[in-house]
Design a protein around this ligand. Structure first.
Ligand code: PMP
Length: 406
């Protein structure tokens, strides 16, 4: 399919030894992915050669920086197949993208009798902004539940939608359960009822082929750092017509057309939503990351990561007392589990001592933990640079941890 050993050469961090001893096994990709050399070099090159503030400058460097910055917007447009670069808003990440929509959409379109629906499997960043907006604008916030396997109760969602429902906001892939939600079906149903849909694509962007026109979603939010780009950059995709009619979010430089002491008129899209100096190097790095992903090919990435996930699941299921949290048939890239009554933190710590990086805790999805009456889980999450050998090391390490803790 592709040469994983060759790919690993592009990720210098993977070569290091943890505490100078153990080879690093990095299985925390749902939290953040590692960066290929092309991305790292693009940041060095930016600061070495063209660092300058974008858009307003007449001088040479500012022109170069602006060109590179806008090339990245063009790349994102192509990567998610948006209709126009005006629909690509650069933010700091998924969290800021959702906060932007929760604030501006609510301010413009929602009032007391309206209803917004989210799900019980959301990351906190697709819960808290809606709670804050609910408290400010007075609409009702409803939650759709999921079943014991971690599958969203779609019928419940459909029956919840009524003439007051204005927006459904849900995750493409759960960062805790791994569930891939049937977002296309949900979007189609919602649109028939005149309901807008926001997709939290923090996980979806790196593990599915996202085509916003095919999906027909109204908003798609993601973070660069989950798809091999630097931290500090994200995207809020929104349909142009919606964004044109939506209120502004943050005020400041760049988002204005004219400012007098009495009032301000606002800039056109996408700048209307990009107040202040952006993280230019990181935005440029995002282009290199998406180029890298395109070079490998999303289709092959998906098949390979599915293979790793299935192989790991099989191996985990052989372990006595393992409990896998999240067993949807439609699942991607991460596995949450518990090992008997052993605290998830103890498992994570003992694995860490063997150089194996996994994530432990509630994964910023406390309602998921409340659903299962647990405090947290251990979670392994994959990337295309992981290998079957690493899975074997992890399983061996887990058995060692189990023998020490039981
Ligand atoms: N939603 C989901 C599903 C996530 O996995 C994450 C990150 N763990 C976020 C939102 C938030 O992303 P960020 O912290 O990059 O804004």
């Amino acid at each position: 399919m592709f040469d994983v050993d060759k790919i690993r050469e592009d990720f210098p961090i993977l070569k290091q030894k943890v505490r100078g001893k153990q080879n690093l096994v990095y299985f925390d990709n749902a939290a953040t992915t590692q960066k290929p050399l092309s991305v790292i070099n693009s940041i060095v090159d930016y600061y070495t050669e063209i660092n300058s503030n974008v858009h307003r400058g007449v001088h040479y460097l500012s022109g170069l920086a602006t060109d590179e910055f806008e090339k990245s917007r063009q790349k994102v447009k192509e990567f998610i197949n948006a209709q126009s670069t005006q629909e690509i808003i650069f933010t700091r990440g998924t969290t800021e993208s959702i906060n932007l929509v929760a604030n501006a959409f609510s301010k413009t379109f929602l009032s007391k009798n309206d209803q917004v629906i989210i799900t019980e499997m959301e990351h906190h960043s697709n819960i808290v902004p809606w709670q804050i907006a609910r408290d400010e604008f007075g609409f009702t916030l409803k939650y759709v539940s999921f079943d014991e396997k971690g599958v969203l109760n779609q019928e419940e969602l459909f029956s919840m939608i009524n003439e007051n429902t204005k927006l459904v906001a849900l995750t493409h892939i759960s960062n805790t359960l791994g569930t891939i939600n049937p977002i296309k079906e949900i979007i189609d149903f919602c649109h028939k009822k005149n309901v807008k849909v926001l997709i939290d694509g923090a996980q979806g962007i790196a593990h599915t082929q996202v085509d916003v026109q095919k999906l027909d979603c109204d908003f798609y939010c993601f973070s660069g750092h989950k798809i091999y780009a630097p931290m500090g950059v994200g995207v809020m995709y929104g349909k142009k017509e919606l964004l044109e009619n939506m209120a502004v979010y943050q005020g400041g430089g760049e988002m204005i057309k004219e400012v007098t002491m009495e009032k301000t008129t606002f800039n056109e899209l996408p700048y209307k939503y990009e107040a202040g100096t952006p993280s230019v190097a990181d935005v440029i790095g995002l282009k290199y990351a998406l180029d890298y992903v395109d070079k490998i090919g999303m289709k092959d990435i998906i098949s390979y990561e599915d293979y790793l996930m299935e192989y790991t699941t099989e191996q985990l299921q052989k372990i006595k007392d393992i409990r896998i949290i999240g067993q949807s048939k439609e699942k991607s890239s991460c596995i949450s589990f518990l090992l008997g009554n052993i605290h998830h933190l103890d498992v994570g710590t003992l694995l860490d001592m063997q150089g194996i990086a996994i994530r432990t805790g509630h994964h910023c999805a406390e309602p998921v933990m409340q659903h299962f009456h647990i405090e947290g889980t251990d979670r392994v999450s994959f990337s295309f640079y992981n290998t079957k050998q690493e899975v074997d090391i992890f399983i061996k390490g887990l058995l060692k941890a189990q023998s020490m803790l039981m």
